[in-house]
Design a protein around this ligand. Structure first.
Ligand SMILES: *Cc1c(COP(=O)(O)O)cnc(C)c1O
Length: 431
């Protein structure tokens, strides 16, 4: 499989180079030359196939001959070695719980797959790779956990001091080993700016083999298809589901649409957004106008210019009629998000996190207009990650899951740096 740049000014390349580079040299996102089809028989038989086999069959055409089959199998098996259950909330509403991985968010899946691919490519080159990433919270933890102890890869994470939640900070700063946390005396934009400058500093990149673990990387984006197949594997209703995806950068929902294009039966996709409503506005007016991100309580979706939306347009070759037949979008206010967390908890004893609650609202709106349909909300994070929001709403404390209780006990280890590129460069060169 080859990948082309959506800016069309870079040569095509294979999965290996697309993963190592992250973004094409012309600044475009990589996109596969075709979407491999999964046969009707194979899909009809999902219930009798192991999760590892499903994931392996889904991703193999995309990695092509860049990773040997036995190694790819191992990578896939390690990526999904935690449960991804489909649970009924009530009546026509189901939740696909993507938060049982090590950092309790769906980003674990993409990060675990990408880290292992990059580890394999680094060993092949026998050159140390440094992954440099800026985080506003969730990405850093998933990347740290995914890359921890991956041989040949060093990880440097920049996070804004005092601006991530306590659980998130522990997840960033307690791994040790090949994971290095830089606590930047500034905000997320400063962190991102410093990282960007490092990538464009030729004097630095000639000395250190730097790469990013950004969510636009094909090795983070494509494995997100796995759990759409797992959802259908567990689906017992007669008609295909409507799937509501809490969306920020639109990588997750775009992976779902890829799975549907490959043949997975899905009735409709809904991009569930918070007040950051560039895509809902686009669906209404046909005008795509990037905005400055607005802060909300579902903060992992506070994105003013979703980078993966161009990939969705590419799937539909910019044909808006075809897009609208399978894809809708919806926005939800913070107030409504809190109300739903409370209502769903009180009426159905199911605790949604703020992102899942935005997804639930979008699905609810859809089902109100299509009462015969049944749907799935992708629950993208465990409510404990957002306890400051969730606990006051339900008036109860949430028990800390065992998987993070351990990191909560550990001492934070982070290097303080000031919010300028010189400080980052000095750190990178002095190691
Ligand atoms: C990153 C994130 C999202 C948004 O996912 P995209 O792929 O960027 O659309 C939603 N929910 C949570 C909890 C996240 O961490």
């Amino acid at each position: 499989m080859n990948y082309y740049s959506l800016n069309h000014q870079s040569p095509i390349t294979d999965f290996r180079n697309a993963t190592i580079q992250g973004q094409a040299p012309d600044g475009g996102l990589y996109f596969p030359e075709n979407i491999p089809q999964k046969g009707r028989d194979w899909i009809g038989n999902l219930k009798n196939i192991s999760r590892e086999e499903i994931a392996f069959q889904v991703i193999r055409p995309f990695t092509g001959n860049t990773i040997p089959e036995d190694i790819l199998w191992k990578i896939v098996a390690e990526t999904i070695d935690f449960p991804i259950p489909l649970k009924k909330i009530h009546d026509n509403y189901y939740s696909l719980e993507l938060f049982h991985g090590p950092t309790l968010a769906f980003k674990d899946i993409g990060a675990r797959f990408m880290s292992r691919c990059l580890g394999y490519f680094a060993r092949e080159r026998s050159e140390k790779v440094t992954v440099l990433v800026a985080t506003s919270g969730d990405t850093g933890g998933a990347v740290a956990s995914g890359f921890h102890n991956v041989e040949g890869v060093d990880v440097v994470i920049l996070y804004p001091s005092g601006k991530v939640s306590s659980v998130q900070e522990k997840q960033l700063t307690t791994f040790g080993g090949n994971i290095h946390a830089l606590e930047v005396n500034g905000n997320f934009d400063d962190c991102q700016q410093m990282v960007k400058q490092a990538f464009s500093d030729r004097a630095l990149t000639e000395k250190i083999f730097l790469t990013s673990a950004n969510s636009i990387n094909v090795a983070r984006w494509l494995p997100q298809q796995f759990y759409y197949f797992f959802a259908l594997q567990q689906w017992t209703e007669s008609e295909p589901p409507v799937i509501s995806v809490p969306s920020g950068n639109f990588g997750n929902i775009c992976a779902g649409i890829m799975a549907w294009k490959a043949g997975l039966p899905v009735k409709h996709f809904i991009a569930a957004c918070n007040a950051n409503d560039v895509v809902p506005k686009f669906m209404e007016t046909g005008k795509y106008e990037p905005q400055k991100a607005v802060a909300t309580i579902s903060n992992a979706m506070d994105v003013g210019n979703p980078s993966n939306f161009v990939r969705i347009l590419e799937i539909f070759q910019n044909q808006s009629t075809e897009l609208k037949a399978i894809f809708s979008s919806h926005t939800t206010s913070d107030e409504q998000t809190k109300k739903l967390i409370s209502d769903v908890f009180n009426q159905h004893s199911y605790l949604l996190d703020p992102h899942g609650a935005v997804g639930y609202d979008a699905l609810h709106d859809w089902i109100s207009g299509h009462p015969d349909e049944k749907g799935i909300v992708l629950e993208t994070a465990h409510p404990i990650k957002f306890l400051d929001v969730v606990e006051p709403v339900i008036g109860q404390t949430i028990p800390v899951p065992e998987s993070i209780a351990e990191s909560m006990q550990k001492e934070k280890a982070a290097t303080p740096v000031s919010n300028n590129y010189a400080a980052l460069k000095e750190y990178l060169l002095s190691r």
